[in-house]
Design a protein around this ligand. Structure first.
Ligand SMILES: C[S@@+](CC[C@H](N)C(=O)[O-])C[C@H]1O[C@@H](n2cnc3c(N)ncnc32)[C@H](O)[C@@H]1O
Length: 210
């Protein structure tokens, strides 16, 4: 692996065992937007749970992430699932063209934009538009609702990500979250969906023409 490896302390086994199971409903929302037989690039795939969930209905899924620890846990889960159409690649989401060599039907990114510096966030979205026809972007909703789940989301960002991550999270909120980032990239948000607790949002946009 010649790429920079970037991991937070809770990435890998801890994330896979304790956090991933909490996001099942959110992954189902994303999965419902992807038709059978498509090719999918899961950008910032983490432990690859979404990629593995999509495996039975998709032709091919590539997960890209910069954390070797996340990807190692993904390879472990993949062995258990026996999915043969999922591959994981260590790579930088801001330069997806360096990590993959063809165009996908969909590029998906989940729960990653809020922890990126603004310039990486925009570079990632722009990079996604160059390697996929449709974008599905999912993250914390902005603004978070004034409810217990909403406050817990904010508290979790502070407690687990630490102060520097919390600064990025606040900047993500202040700049309008997913919709703000898409608009800064000159893209039009097409559909915006909220989960039942209104703490996660999924937004679609068009990418390249093929
Ligand atoms: C909070 S985790 C989300 C993982 C997964 N998508 C999910 O929904 O659970 C954020 C992921 O983004 C990855 N990441 C952050 N910046 C990245 C970058 N520039 N290139 C590739 N991966 C990146 C991290 O390594 C981490 O696995």
């Amino acid at each position: 692996m010649d790429q920079v490896d970037r991991s937070q302390w809770f990435y890998g086994i801890l994330y896979g065992v304790f956090y991933d199971p909490l996001e099942g409903g959110h992954r189902s929302m994303i999965s419902a937007l992807i038709p059978e037989g498509c090719t999918v690039l899961d950008v910032c795939c983490g432990t690859g749970r979404l990629a593995l969930d999509l495996a039975p209905k998709c032709e091919k899924i590539t997960g890209v992430d910069m954390s070797a620890r996340m990807l190692r846990f993904g390879e472990f889960l993949k062995k258990g699932s026996k999915a043969s159409n999922v591959e994981f690649v260590h790579g930088d989401a801001t330069r997806l063209e360096d990590a993959v060599d063809h165009t996908y039907d969909y590029a998906v990114i989940s729960l990653a934009l809020h922890e990126m510096p603004a310039q990486d966030r925009l570079a990632t979205i722009r990079s996604m538009t160059r390697v996929a026809k449709q974008l599905i972007i999912s993250d914390h909703s902005v603004p978070q609702p004034k409810t217990i789940p909403g406050y817990l989301t904010t508290l979790a960002e502070l407690c687990f990500g630490g102060r520097s991550n919390f600064t990025l999270y606040n900047e993500f909120n202040a700049s309008g979250g997913i919709v703000g980032a898409l608009e800064q990239c000159g893209l039009t948000p097409e559909n915006r969906m909220l989960d039942d607790k209104k703490i996660r949002e999924v937004v679609t946009a068009s990418g390249c023409s093929g």
